[in-house]
Unconditional design. Structure first.
Length: 245
């Protein structure tokens, strides 16, 4: 490897209790997130990486496997290991995507496509306690491009603004007004992108999307919001922990 190689700054400490493969994976991840290894770049082959760091090929292979599982690279036989757009892994919790991205070190950017106060549609009138509801559409992006298209209905007795939704998450806006969010019922699915949504998410029409339908309730049991969100399937995962009984 040359001095200008993006992996040249990685230091492997063989006396450290941290597994060698994880040290290597962490170093490569830092190079990816720091831009030294841009999207589309190919990693040096396993033999050269192993020789440079004095590691075994299985150790290098395990490190690359960790990066594959994190959605940072793809590995294809006969082609090599290529850097891809980092994926977003989201835990199952009553949080907003805006908050999850911030906590994950991302810098969320929101485009408010629509925000209007309307009479609740007929199929929603029995669910909300208010006759008026907010309808909003947003596109949430990161430095790597568009990630989610979000359509929400929100109880109309709250104050929402384009500026507020541009610079903060919906849940933060509601909590700032004293709304105590309590529970949510959500359903995760998949669908193919329509032409309209594909344009917002910068994918081809018909591309695979992860979908999430959520109904969120306050501590008094009143419905606060209904959300229908669509995420790029190549960049978004939902993570849960399952425990044995």
């Amino acid at each position: 490897m040359s001095a200008s190689d993006p992996l040249g700054d990685i230091v492997i400490d063989k006396r450290s209790p941290v597994p060698l493969y994880h040290q290597l994976a962490t170093g490569i991840e830092a190079a990816i997130r720091g831009g030294q290894l841009p999207v589309g770049a190919y990693l040096t082959n396993e033999i050269e990486i192993a020789s440079h760091f004095g590691l075994s090929r299985p150790t290098v292979r395990q490190a690359i496997g960790e990066l594959v599982n994190a959605g940072l690279v793809t590995r294809q036989r006969g082609v090599g290991t290529r850097v891809v757009n980092p994926s977003i892994t989201r835990p199952i919790a009553l949080t907003s995507l805006f908050d999850d991205l911030q906590q994950g070190g991302q810098a969320p950017v929101t485009e408010v496509v629509k925000l209007r106060l309307v009479t609740a549609p007929a199929d929603l009138r029995d669910q909300f306690d208010t006759a008026k509801v907010w309808e909003l559409e947003r596109v949430r992006s990161t430095a790597d491009g568009p990630l989610a298209w979000m359509h929400n209905w929100v109880t109309g007795d709250k104050a929402l603004t384009v500026d507020g939704l541009t610079h903060d998450g919906l849940y933060a806006q509601l909590r700032a007004q004293g709304v105590a969010l309590d529970t949510a019922v959500q359903r995760v699915g998949a669908e193919n992108a329509s032409r309209a949504v594909a344009r917002y998410l910068d994918v081809r029409s018909g591309a695979a999307l992860v979908t999430l339908h959520r109904q969120t309730y306050g501590v008094d049991g009143a419905l606060i919001e209904i959300g229908d969100h669509k995420y790029r399937a190549d960049r978004y995962f939902i993570e849960s922990t399952i425990r044995a009984e």
